[in-house]
Design a protein around this ligand. Sequence first.
Ligand code: HEM
Length: 486
Amino acid sequence: MTSTLLPLDPANVQGDILVGLPKKVQHYLFFQIDDDVAAFRKRLHLLIPFITNTTQAQDDRAKIAAHKKAAVEQGKNYEFLQLSGVNIAFSQFGLTKLGITDDMGDTAFTDGQQKDSKNLGDAGAPGADGEFVPNWIDAFKGQIHGVVLISGNCDLTVTATQATVLSIFNVGARITLHEVITLKGVVRPERGHEHFGFRDGISQPAVKDFDTKPNPGQETVRQGVILCGREGDVDANEESEKPFNRPACALDGSFLALRYLFQLVPEFNNFLKASSDPTKGLTADLLGARLVGRWKSGAPVDVFPLADNPAAGEDVLQNNNFRYDFPNDFETQDRCPFAAHTRKTNPRNDLEGPKIGVPTENRRIIRRGIPFGPEVTPEEATSGKTLHGRGLIFAAYCGSITNSFQFIQKSWANKVEFPPKEHVNPGFDPIIGQNKDGPNGVGPRSMVGANPSDQSATLSLPVEWVVPKGGEYFFSPSISVLRDTF
Ligand code: HEM
């Protein structure tokens, strides 16, 4: 790729990567391309005008904000604007099917997520041919060529847009795109909160050449390399940090790690109750906050270690302005356990600070997932057992799967020695950490530091509350590349 690049044009980047597609409902339509590849390509070109680009996603967000403001000013009930967004991405299997032979320069992407699932620590066992087979649903065990993301204000809008997309690809008996499975996400009644009840989607990296200020307004949230082929797209897993030798079709596209993650909510809640000790100040809420790194409101425990602060959770200036660099933060877990989910997945000054001094911009991801499944029923709450499938369709854009998503899961969340501390091994990320070294690929997990007044005590985590049931790695090309190369 040449070094004389034109400035970034947001209208050339698919929506959802740098600006989330506005959504109350989102469908992920996983597909295979028909053997008549030429017919599929023709149809793909008809889809391009329906794809929402970054500028349009920004405009849609501005429209929604203005509409809400007007409703408040006029004292009216706010009604959702009828808006939908579309984006498309391809797996390595899909690129190969289309005859695109360029090496995208990312081993995990090239191998596909099923092959990578062992590295991620997913439960599973060797199949008949000796190859590792994860405990996923069947739909994800075959080859998936691509995914169409369709988002919108309600189920009706999204279903109608999905029908339009399918009609573009299927004309009469001529089917050029075969639907493998559609995952349907919907925001929870407690908007912006995932199924364990914690506010999500707060901390995202700012992207150079696009964001004019750190996201969402604090200098402590550093840059992330999310688009391919631009400055900073280097191999952080190599000591020399060489720029990736990306093909021209990678420019201004982004990799997308999709995971179908089930959450065992009643089991998680029961554990918090059973392991808390309110008489000694460790309430179930405090324990949950210390496992996640944030209170349910989103307020970070590093800034608010003793009690939730809902106002701070709402306030973008307070809910992300921390670095694990209060005096003693590097050595002690007074405020936040080293193994807390947010600290494991974005260690801030544990790595970037003066003690270690390693930049992490190539490890950052932009998360755009959405919950799926029903709310916990009274029966489940009473029994403490999950009876209905629910969880998170996890979607993360990044400049490299191998450098960031895979690395975060494998070398940070699952690694008991991370973040590196002289006196203690922090343990597993209690939310997503996986130990496949046990019967049926699920081994014991524990962490230290959950209890602020007994920080060396080991807390055993009885089950893996987040259970992967599928996923794939995709590449979301720029609009001009879709037009000219696909
Ligand atoms: C942050 C929940 C899966 C990476 C968060 C936050 C919550 C959360 C509540 C705090 C909100 C925020 O900072 O934006 C969950 C749940 C998951 C899950 C319930 C599974 C069902 C994952 C996975 C990864 C990941 C699989 C990557 C391998 C991150 C990152 C952050 C984050 C990078 C931001 C940390 C920061 O910048 O401070 N997650 N997460 N999460 N999560 Fe997860």
